[in-house]
Write a protein that binds this ligand. Structure first.
Ligand code: BGC
Length: 821
């Protein structure tokens, strides 16, 4: 199919229409040229689909940091293929992922959504993700281009960063995924060195498209396009969402008046059509190109496309890639990502244990993902409690301890969402698993959006306890809440701040107390007045609930008593949605609430205490020396509990290695601050972030970059170098099969305190049986030997040192690599 011919058939109005969303998640169809709607969806841990609703469930994989903690590109590729399978099932053509921003500061609100503090690891994991998804004929949009590494003032912050740091650190993962063939890219909200990214000609046109040869499509982050001419001239191709926005009629007028050249629009359209061809959303119009049709854009048939303009495309012959079992893969990835930080006396894996005290609010109500646009609704979640009880051979006693959540969780009873017209007449009804209604973007297909006047959650709750029950209304807009016969709220809730996404990403909470009697059912009704303009829905509200509580002092004492009587105590310590989410940064690294106190109390009565840290980003562990074992499970995805049981009881090895340094104290963190000053966030530290900064500062963290224990032991036997190829032999010296992540660090010929002492330049996952020696080879990339100078990339000549080991400090072997300038 000749894209140029198709462009020639479109008038200016049609071309411009194609460049802005028809709605929240899709670009308009142009049936005249055989173009279907291009549907986009977040990303990154699952494919949410157009409805963003529990009624449209998705597989939920572990958080992106967990994916990177596997250091396993093959596994990540498989995860990508699963996501493509999910996308195709949901009619999604473009996955709004992966997130390639870096862990510059552990306070970053979307830290859990980014892979690592290291650009090389981020680039390799990102490239594998992109390849996996696109192999399934679904596009990716690596995001957010670029320097969107924290959330404070995210729409307006101007990040200032020197050119070398930008190239070597923040742009490096993007360059890597462009080389891997990404079909899309998402332009960030923030500005870089004074220019807002969606208008950044130097970075989007000159660098990305001209220098790197990116032939894909640049889509704005949602509402990030805020000007007409500057964005078009700056290399942005598509402004999302729509149908409103800065382009449309305004861009058409700009072209007619000669303020934007029509060739610019043609190139934007070319990129949209090229992407459509790649994902199978462009088909020959019957009668125009007989016999050349392929694919329909959904389902499991082949999606192919190699445009006359030479667009490379995924070609997935139907049946070549066997369907992937999403539940099994989610479980495998979780276990592979779990990172064993400490295991004194070999407490793990557990053997001969008959009773376990399982403590923590996230034990029964699993915390499986971070908040914000990355959220999906899986159709099953296995909590740690269910996972451990599922083993059958161990008695598991659960105690709450303390609940660190500030907000109440949605009332966990099945409810109904009733869609009403403006007069209160029902239009449609949908079941809800709990008291939460959410349709952001598209309404269910049986609801006539033009007639929508309100949505109601209706249900019934039978309390188990008599007393004052806490309820909360979470949402933005006009609400009426009726519990039993009583109207407990009738008014309007206004979201704070000016981030439009806050209204549905983290809406305000309004608390109410209602006295209820055990065993006496009460009716519940939450009515929300809402319309769906231009088919776009913003339905996002819930009714939270908590039983009367005897108070934290009592529940902590109960948990300590439970721990005292068990063979082993396991405390699940977690962050909360108020701590890790999109739209804001963290204010500190301590575990929220009274969890530190709970852990210390449990450790005092049970010397066999294991702390399971259920957090997407680093937390402080003041009790570290008090407990023999610490297992980090990140945000583990829907199979949290099954994977946890697998790892605790040794059916699977904890496969993770830290993709980011974990500090002991907040004051030690070399780069912490994420608060702009006068609108500016200066990356003054240059290239020294993460372990690069810790090493230069001479500080010792709690756990180093690359750290993670397995259930066996390894010897590092020999290293040999040929050119820039390094071959290493390692032996499993323990008593059980195991997996090791062999890490390669490269140090330059001469040390410069303003630059990293060494950088990660390769890694390899090896499996070995007890006593087995495995040989592994990595090719050190050219970039690892280069620095960015005023005259571009320059290879640093001389003798570089490659060191091979288990983490950035535990380096076991070393050799010299000589390169010419
Ligand atoms: C986020 C993006 C996301 C988009 C669409 C934005 O607020 O920054 O990561 O893809 O919303 O949900």
């Amino acid at each position: 199919m000749d894209i140029e011919e198709l462009i020639g058939k479109l008038d200016l109005g049609a071309k411009v229409r194609l460049l802005t969303g028809a709605d929240m998640w899709s670009l308009p169809a142009l049936p005249g040229i055989g173009l279907g709607p291009l549907v986009m969806s977040d990303g990154p841990i699952g494919v949410r689909g157009e409805r963003w609703s529990p009624g449209d469930p998705s597989i939920a994989l572990p958080s992106p940091t967990a994916l990177a903690a596997t250091w396993d590109v093959e596994l990540v590729r498989r995860a990508g293929r699963l996501l493509a399978q999910e996308a195709r099932r949901k009619g999604v053509h473009v996955l709004l992922a992966p997130t390639l921003n870096l862990h510059r500061s552990p306070l970053g609100g979307r830290h859990f959504e980014c892979f690592s503090e290291d650009p090389y690891l981020t680039g390799e994991i990102g490239a594998a993700y992109v390849e996996g998804v696109q192999r399934g004929g679904v596009a990716t949009t690596p995001k957010h281009f670029v320097a969107n590494d924290s959330e404070t003032d995210r729409f307006t912050v101007n990040v200032t960063v020197d050119e070398a740091t930008l190239r070597e650190v923040y742009l490096a993962p993007f360059e890597r995924v462009v080389r891997a063939g990404a079909w899309g890219l998402m332009s960030a909200y923030n500005a870089v060195n004074g220019t807002t990214m969606t208008e950044h000609r130097a970075l989007q046109r000159d660098l990305l498209k001209d220098e790197w040869g990116f032939d894909g499509l640049v889509v704005s982050d949602w509402t990030a396009a805020r000007s007409t001419e500057a964005t078009a001239a700056g290399g942005l191709d598509v402004a999302m969402p729509g149908p409103y926005g800065p382009w449309g009629a305004k861009l058409e007028a700009a072209v007619r008046e000669g303020r934007v050249a029509e060739e610019v629009v043609d190139d934007q359209v070319r990129r949209v059509l090229r992407l459509a061809l790649r994902v199978g959303a462009l088909h020959p119009v019957p009668g125009t190109e007989p016999g050349t049709g392929t694919g329909t854009g959904t389902g499991t048939e082949a999606r192919t496309g190699t445009g006359a303009d030479g667009a490379s495309a995924a070609t997935v012959p139907a049946g070549e890639d066997a369907p992937i079992d999403g539940v099994a893969l989610a479980r495998e990835v979780a276990a592979r990502s779990f990172t064993l930080l400490r295991n004194e006396g070999g407490l793990l894996p557990l053997t001969g244990v008959r009773s376990v005290a399982l403590i923590g609010s996230a034990a029964a109500e699993a915390r499986i993902m971070g908040g914000g646009s990355a959220q999906v609704y899986p159709d099953r979640i296995v909590s740690p409690l269910e996972g451990l009880r599922g083993r059958g051979d161990v008695e598991v006693r659960h105690a709450l301890g303390t609940d660190p959540r500030v907000r109440l969780a949605p009332l966990a009873v099945p409810c109904r969402a009733v869609f009403l017209d403006a007069d209160g007449a029902p239009l449609a009804e949908h079941p809800l698993a709990e008291a939460e209604a959410r349709w952001v973007g598209r309404l269910p297909s049986d609801v006539d959006g033009d007639r929508l006047g309100a949505v109601e959650i209706r249900g019934e709750h039978t309390p188990a306890v008599t007393g004052p029950h806490a309820f909360s209304l979470v949402g933005s807009g006009a609400f009426t809440v009726v519990i039993g016969e009583e109207v407990v709220f009738d008014g309007v809730v206004t979201p704070p701040g000016d981030d439009p996404a806050t209204a549905f990403l983290s809406p305000p909470e309004h608390r109410m107390t209602v006295s209820l009697t055990s065993g006496v059912p009460v009716g519940l009704r939450v009515r929300h007045l809402t319309t769906a303009s231009a088919g776009m829905a913003f339905v996002a509200f819930s009714l939270g609930h908590a039983d009367p509580s005897p108070g934290d002092d009592t529940t902590i004492a109960e948990a300590v008593a439970t721990a005292a009587g068990a063979d082993v105590a396991i405390v699940i310590a977690s962050t909360t949605p108020e701590v890790e989410s999109e739209g804001f940064d963290r204010t500190g690294l301590a575990l929220p609430g009274r969890q530190d106190e709970l852990i210390a109390g449990v450790a005092r009565v049970n010397p066999r205490t294991i702390v399971v840290v259920n957090a997407g980003s680093p937390v402080l562990m003041p009790w570290l020396e008090l407990v023999p074992a610490v297992l980090l499970t990140w945000f583990p995805g829907q199979e949290a509990g099954t994977a946890l049981a697998d790892v605790l009881f040794g059916d699977a090895e904890p496969g993770g290695r830290l993709p980011t340094t974990w500090p002991l104290l907040e004051a030690d963190v070399p780069v912490l601050d994420v608060t702009p000053s006068g609108g500016e966030l200066a990356y003054r530290e240059g290239p020294l972030i993460g372990y690069r900064a810790w090493e230069r500062a001479g500080r010792v963290p709690a756990f180093r970059f690359g750290h993670g224990l397995g259930y066996t032991t390894w010897s590092y036997d020999s290293v040999a170098v040929t050119g820039t190829t390094v071959t290493v032999a390692v032996t499993n010296t323990g008593g059980r099969p195991g997996r090791e992540i062999v890490q390669f660090y490269l140090a330059p010929p001469e040390q410069d305190p303003r630059r990293p002492a060494r950088i990660l330049a390769g890694f390899s996952a090896v499996d070995a049986a007890p006593g087995q020696t495995v040989i592994t080879t990595v090719y050190l990339p050219e970039r690892a030997f280069q620095v960015w100078t005023d005259r571009g990339w320059r290879t640093v000549p001389g003798e570089h040192t490659v060191e091979v080991g288990r983490d950035v400090a535990d380096r076991r072997l070393s050799a010299t690599v000589t390169v010419a300038g």
